[in-house]
Design a protein around this ligand. Structure first.
Ligand SMILES: *Cc1c(COP(=O)(O)O)cnc(C)c1O
Length: 369
């Protein structure tokens, strides 16, 4: 046997062969856990989580759901889908659920993209987008946000090619917090070919107070190539249970269900999501309180002289360039975990009142950049 062949077979036996597409998958950077310097309470402001504890009514339902965790969950999510459909005001056939909206994003790409197909989104935007695209062997087409940290919808429409299968519009945009407006979204949709799926990711919908923001369900109704993505993780405070939903036209919703992990949305998540929709007045009151806190933080920062973009979400974005690391370290020294994005900037979640107040002090001491 020639020695090279011997070497090759020895090498190929070292490890199973993996898809080359995985080499293009960026690693997801999770928010840092809260680490307390001695003597002070640490706060996690790095994952846009809801700082409130679960509602008592949700705890009661979860406790009851524990009785049957030896059984599989309802694979078709019948009760949950009925509850969401009634809440949104659409037919159950127009709802698909998944393990968080990140789970549904994966289903969307699986349902639409073959290797080499393109997914257009703004950048910076949600870190999961390039990951789910790369996992499917699809090609990410990031379109820079403008100086005000807003989607450049004109440039995004221009980036569509015949390989484009999906365009993701994230509003409010994570990590910058800016929203797209109704008129610019309509102009954009008029430019995008009807066979390209446009995903409106509304993970932070409940924190939006800008009257020019679109009603995404209305936009969905008017456009056969639009779908809406929402989650129970942020406003509804169920991030640990992993449940989100899509509002989609029937063929798309059916395709999403085909791509779901069977029994993916577990029985606790189904029960808690239904209970949370029932308790939504109480949960939305908490969102009002978080929005008030955002307004207090933003007003304080503007007073300090920080040049902020307009956040409509439960976080604030700082474009800091080379100062990103130092700012993040200053927060961490004060027991505040924030999310640094390389040398682009830092995102700070609106959290507990005490955390927000301490953050304002750290920002003042650091000085506006
Ligand atoms: C947090 C977030 C989600 C929600 O993720 P889940 O998987 O539902 O927890 C979706 N989109 C964006 C832009 C987000 O920031």
């Amino acid at each position: 046997m020639p020695s090279t062949l011997g070497a090759m077979s020895a090498e190929s036996s070292l490890a199973p062969r993996l898809r080359a597409a995985l080499n293009a998958v960026p690693a997801y950077v999770p928010g840092k856990p809260a680490v307390a310097p001695p003597g002070i309470t640490a706060y996690k402001l790095s994952s846009n989580e809801n700082p409130y504890p679960p509602l008592d009514s949700v705890r009661v339902v979860l406790d009851k759901a524990l009785d049957t965790i030896n059984r599989y969950p309802d694979m078709s999510n019948v009760d949950l889908i009925a509850a969401i459909a009634a809440f949104v005001g659409v037919a159950p056939a127009n709802i698909a659920v998944g393990t968080g909206s990140v789970g549904i994003l994966g289903q969307i790409i699986q349902a639409t993209c073959d290797a080499g197909d393109e997914v257009v989104f703004a950048w910076r935007s949600f870190e999961a987008y390039p990951i789910v695209a790369a996992l499917a062997g699809a090609v990410s087409v990031p379109v820079p946000v403008d100086a005000a940290q807003r989607h450049q919808l004109g440039a995004m429409a221009a980036a569509v090619t015949e390989r484009t299968r999906v365009v993701i519009v994230c509003s409010p945009n994570n990590p910058t917090g800016t929203v797209v407006h109704r008129d610019e979204l309509e102009a954009f949709l008029a430019e995008v070919p009807r066979d390209v799926l446009v995903v409106l990711d509304e993970a932070y919908l409940e924190f939006v107070r800008d009257a020019a923001a679109p009603d995404a369900v209305q936009v969905w109704r008017a456009n056969p190539n639009v779908m809406v993505l929402r989650t129970f993780s942020k406003a509804y405070g169920l991030a640990g249970l992993r449940v989100g939903y899509a509002v989609a036209h029937e063929a798309v919703a059916a395709a999403l269900r085909k791509c779901a992990v069977p029994f993916g949305v577990n029985s606790l998540a189904q029960a808690a999501a239904i209970a949370s929709l029932e308790a939504r007045e109480e949960l939305l009151a908490r969102c009002d309180a978080l929005v008030s806190e955002r307004e207090r933080v933003v007003a304080g920062l503007l007073d300090q002289g920080w040049p902020l973009c307009d956040s409509q979400a439960n976080f604030v974005w700082f474009t800091l360039g080379a100062d990103s690391s130092a700012f993040s370290a200053a927060c961490q020294d004060a027991g505040l975990m924030v999310r640094q994005y390389g040398t682009d900037g830092v995102r700070v979640t609106i959290g507990e009142v005490e955390a927000n107040t301490r953050f304002l002090e750290v920002a003042a001491a650091f000085g506006p950049r």
